[in-house]
Design a protein around this ligand. Structure first.
Ligand code: ZN
Length: 159
C-alpha cells in the first residue's frame, strides 16, 4: 500500500491542457470582497433614502390633510352665506356635503378625525393637531425681510 499521491496529468484525454484552479480562487476572493461591499453600499443608500421617503410621504399626507381642512372651511363659508348662519352656529359634515369640492366625506390620509367646529372657527384634524390657517405647518410664513443696516459701512478711498 502506497501513501504517495498519484501524479495528475497536465493534459486531458482530448489533448487540451487542464485549467488551473487559480481563477476559481481569485473569483472566490473577489466575491468575498465585492459582495459585502455591494451589500454595505446598498445599506448606506437605504439608510439615506428610506428616511427621506418617509419624510416626503408624511409631508404629502399633511398637505393633503390641510387641503381637506381648507375645503371644509370653504364649504362652511358657503353654507353660512347660503343659510345666513352667524359665527358660532354649529354645523356638521352632513350640512356641508353639498358644498364640498369632492364627493363624499373628506378623510385624513393619516387616519385623523376631522372636527368641523362651528361657523367662525376653523376645522381641525385629530392626527395633525392643527387647524388650517396661513402660517401653519404646511405653509410657514415667509421670514421677515432683513432690516437694512443703520449705518452703511463707509467706502474706503484708495489713493
Ligand atoms: Zn389629518
Amino acid at each position: 500500500m502506497s501513501l504517495q499521491r498519484e501524479a495528475v496529468p497536465d493534459e486531458l484525454p482530448d489533448g487540451s491542457k487542464k485549467k488551473s484552479a487559480l481563477p476559481w480562487v481569485i473569483g472566490c476572493l473577489i466575491a468575498l470582497v465585492v459582495v459585502p461591499a455591494v451589500i454595505g453600499f446598498l445599506g448606506v443608500v437605504a439608510a439615506i433614502a428610506i428616511p427621506a421617503f418617509v419624510q416626503a410621504r408624511n409631508r404629502a399626507q399633511l398637505e393633503s390633510c390641510l387641503t381637506n381642512l381648507q375645503d371644509i372651511n370653504r364649504a362652511k363659508t358657503l353654507a353660512a352665506t347660503q343659510n345666513a348662519h352667524t359665527n358660532g352656529t354649529p354645523v356638521t359634515m352632513a350640512d356641508l356635503s353639498e358644498f364640498l369640492l369632492r364627493d363624499g366625506t373628506p378623510t385624513c390620509p393619516q387616519g385623523g378625525t376631522y372636527t368641523v367646529n362651528a361657523i367662525g372657527r376653523d376645522a381641525s384634524c385629530s392626527a395633525h393637531t392643527t387647524s388650517f390657517s396661513p402660517g401653519s405647518a404646511c405653509c410657514p410664513s415667509p421670514a421677515p425681510a432683513p432690516e437694512p443696516d443703520a449705518a452703511p459701512a463707509p467706502l474706503e478711498n484708495s489713493p
